[in-house]
Write a protein that binds this ligand. Structure first.
Ligand code: ADP
Length: 355
């Protein structure tokens, strides 16, 4: 296995589109990094530059201490698993998994040992004589992973591997990838637009927007301490509620409500007196012991908790998540407040987090 270092990596496509700006990341041996962000933010381009499928316009890619920036893909010792499994329909599962080793002219007994070991890890032993079309989507995705595993690469790359699967299968495949990562103790980079996949899978998340890295950190760091409004609203579902306002005399003042700051918040926000800020509150950090009038529009029971949608002052849509089964009706009024320990404040101008 290996460590990876991406240093000031940039990508400018022919025609001048800059897809990635100054990407910096050190990946430790055995780490699972998830690149997450909306469509078009540059995740796949970054992954493909690591694989060698796209040229790196500037910057350096170091794998295990070796400069691989200009190395062709086959010399990088990297395996990539794609969204469309790209299996060979006329070959059996065994032959599909053995294919890259056969190309490399490995000895038959070595190929057999590696294919059987991968089939064991992926629970595919009973499927080896079948053709891809006889397998389910989840099994085909596992074969695609098997093809990567038999090569015993330094680094595994995954490009949205689960996005062709239905929601239930995505969940179970996600857990399989987590187990696979544990079993192989492999260095992995994984691209997804799905924040749930990022939170559940990653050792560390790289959150991107418009070609720029917004934040790198453990899932809990991005969740509890988002660096800016982009990360705050992208990570977490339903997204964080955001309120525009100003800091005035120890209060957060918006068109919708006034909210007294705690002493600690007032201290941290004292340079923002009179300035525009954004108050952020996750749905689960809104409480019902407050003073802000909120009128319910929808009550969605999820079992363990309830999503309550509604409006403040007839216009601002807010989503709350209460940790019990609720039975609110359309038009019910609740007085909302915020858990003071879990409020976020952002600089309106720079969008960067203050608290
Ligand atoms: P993501 O994986 O986050 O959806 P991509 O890395 O695929 O994003 O794309 C990032 C940006 O680069 C987008 O604006 C996309 O249109 C552009 N792009 C991707 N591939 C090419 C290409 N081959 N030529 C020109 N522009 C491209």
């Amino acid at each position: 296995m290996a460590n990876l270092s991406l240093q000031h990596i940039e990508k400018i496509y022919d025609g001048g589109v800059q897809a990635v700006w100054d990407f910096n990341l050190d990946v430790e041996d055995g780490e699972l990094i998830v690149l997450v962000g909306p469509s078009g933010c540059g995740k796949s381009t970054t992954l493909r530059m690591v694989a060698g499928l796209e040229d790196i316009s500037s910057g350096q890619l170091i794998i295990d201490g070796k400069d691989c920036t200009r190395l062709p893909p086959k010399d990088r010792d990297i395996s990539m698993v794609f969204q469309n499994y790209a299996l060979y329909g006329h070959m059996t599962i065994y032959e599909n998994m053995a294919f890259s080793l056969t190309l490399r002219k490995e000895k038959k007994d070595i190929i057999h040992r590696k294919v059987m070991a991968a089939a064991e890890i992926l629970d595919l032993k009973s499927q080896l004589n079948k053709k891809p079309k006889q397998l389910s989507g989840g099994q085909r995705q596992r074969v695609a992973m098997g093809r990567a595993i038999v090569r015993n690469p330094k680094v595994f790359l995954f490009d949205e591997p689960l996005s062709n699967l239905d929601a239930k299968l995505r969940g179970s495949m996600r857990r399989e990838i987590m187990l696979l990562h544990k079993k192989l103790n492999a260095t992995m980079m994984y691209v997804t637009h799905d924040q749930t996949e990022a939170l559940t899978l990653a050792d560390r998340i790289v959150c991107m927007s418009m070609g720029h890295v917004q934040q790198i950190g453990k899932p809990i760091e991005l969740y509890e301490h988002p660096a800016n409004t982009f990360v705050a609203t992208f990570i977490g579902l339903p997204p964080m509620n955001m309120f525009d306002g100003k800091i005035e005399g120890g209060k957060f003042v918006s068109e919708l409500f006034e909210y007294p700051l705690t002493a600690d918040q007032a201290e941290k926000l004292k340079e923002y007196e009179g300035k525009d800020v954004i108050l952020g509150a996750r749905p689960e950090n809104i409480v019902r012991e407050g003073t802000i009038p909120f009128v319910v529009t929808n009550n969605e029971n999820l079992g363990m908790n309830t999503l309550v949608h509604g409006k403040i002052d007839g216009k601002k849509i807010v989503v709350c998540k209460f940790a019990e089964w609720c039975n609110y009706k359309f038009g019910d009024e609740i007085k909302l407040g915020f858990d003071p320990e879990r409020m976020h404040f952002f600089d309106k101008e720079t969008t960067q987090a203050i608290i």
